[in-house]
Design a protein around this ligand. Structure first.
Ligand code: UDP
Length: 287
C-alpha cells in the first residue's frame, strides 16, 4: 500500500517486508529500480517534475529519513517505519548471496567502490563482484556500456540525488540488471570511510544529528528537514503550542502523536547535541 508524503508515494513496509519485496524483484527476469527518498529529495522533487516522476515510477519507494516518517505521522497517514537505504542494501546483498549472483557498484570517488566491493565479497562469498566504476564520469552512456558488459544481477547506483535516480530511470533497463538501487553515500559506508551513527542514535531517529556532528558542512542541506515538517504540518488542524522551548516542544510533539515517550525525551534532550534545536524546530512546525 502506498502513502503519499508531499507528492511522493511511499511504500508502507517494515524493513523485513521491504527485504522480502526486494528479494522477489531480484528473482524476476526484468529490470526494476528502488529509490530511498529523504526530506531533501521531497523538497527537490517539488521543483523538479522529472525527479518526481522518476521517484514515483520506482518499483519500491522506501522512506530513508526520519523526517519522512515524522511528516507522514504529522499528516495523519503514518508509515510503519523508516527503512534506511543502507539497511535495505544490506538485505539485498544477503538475498543475492543466498541465490548466488553478480553485483556491480557504480558511484563515489575513485577507489571507494573497489574497497566497498572487497569488503562485501569477504562478508558474502556467494556474491561475484562483476565490476566497479567511480561516479565522476562525463559520459552517461559510456558508463552504461561498462555496466552492461559486466552483466550484473544487482546494481548499486551511488551518485547522489537526483543524478542516481535519473540515471537509473534513463539507462537502467539497458544494464541487464534485475534490480538497481539508488543509495547516495552508501559505498563510502560499505568501504568503511564513513561511520554510521551508533545504534542508540538510530533508534531515537537521530542519525541525522550524528552525521551533522561528523560532517558540519551538511548543515545547509539538513536545515531542510524542519522545512519538510512545516509543510507536512500544513495539513494539521488540531493541537499545538507556539513555544520555542524544547520542553514545551516535547508537549507539542506528544499531542501531535509524533513521539510517545515524553519523559525520556524531557530527561535526555539536553544530553544529545542538536536535539533541543530539533525539538524547537518541530515544536514550531506542529501548529
Ligand atoms: N557522487 C558521485 N558522483 C557525483 C556526485 C556525487 O559518485 O557526481 C557520490 C559521492 O562521492 C558520494 C555520493 O555520491 O559517495 C553522494 O553522497 P551524498 O552524501 O550526497 O548522499 P546521501 O548519503 O546524503 O544520500
Amino acid at each position: 500500500m502506498k502513502k503519499e508524503v508531499l507528492g511522493i508515494a511511499f511504500d508502507d513496509l517494515t524493513r523485513a517486508e521491504a527485504a522480502k519485496a526486494g528479494a522477489a524483484l531480484l528473482e524476476e527476469d526484468k529490470f526494476h529500480y528502488v529509490v530511498t527518498p529523504n526530506p531533501e529529495f521531497i523538497l527537490a522533487a517539488e521543483k523538479d517534475e522529472e525527479f518526481r516522476t522518476v521517484l514515483n515510477g520506482a518499483d519500491l519507494v522506501l522512506p530513508d529519513g526520519i523526517g519522512v516518517v515524522y511528516s507522514a505521522k504529522i499528516q495523519g497517514t503514518p508509515l510503519k517505519e523508516r527503512v534506511p537505504g543502507i539497511e535495505f542494501a544490506a538485505d539485498m546483498l544477503e538475498a543475492l548471496n543466498n541465490r548466488g549472483g553478480r553485483l556491480y557498484l557504480l558511484g563515489a570517488k575513485p577507489g571507494v567502490a573497489e574497497e566497498a566491493g572487497q569488503r562485501i565479497v569477504e562478508r558474502f562469498p556467494g556474491i561475484t563482484l562483476c565490476g566497479t566504476q567511480d561516479g565522476y564520469f562525463k559520459d552517461e552512456e559510456a558508463a552504461l556500456l561498462k555496466v552492461a558488459a559486466a552483466r550484473p544481477d544487482l546494481l548499486f547506483v551511488c551518485l547522489g540525488a537526483p543524478k542516481q535516480e535519473k540515471w537509473m530511470a534513463r539507462w537502467g533497463r539497458h544494464t541487464g540488471a534485475r534490480l538497481a538501487i539508488g543509495l547516495g553515500g552508501a559505498l563510502d559506508v560499505f568501504a568503511g570511510r564513513v561511520d554510521r551513527a551508533p545504534e542508540l542514535w538510530r533508534r531515537l531517529g537521530m542519525e541525522w544529528a550524528y552525521r551533522l556532528a561528523k560532517e558540519p558542512q551538511r548543515a545547509g542541506r539538513m536545515a531542510k528537514l524542519p522545512l519538510v515538517l512545516v509543510k507536512a504540518a500544513g495539513k494539521i488542524t488540531k493541537a499545538g503550542l507556539r513555544s520555542s522551548t524544547a520542553a514545551n516542544a516535547v508537549g507539542t510533539l506528544v499531542a501531535a502523536g509524533v513521539i510517545d515517550t515524553p519523559d525520556y525525551w524531557l530527561a535526555n534532550y539536553n544530553t544529545f547535541p542538536h536535539l533541543d534545536a530539533l525539538l524547537c524546530a518541530l515544536g514550531g512546525a506542529v501548529k
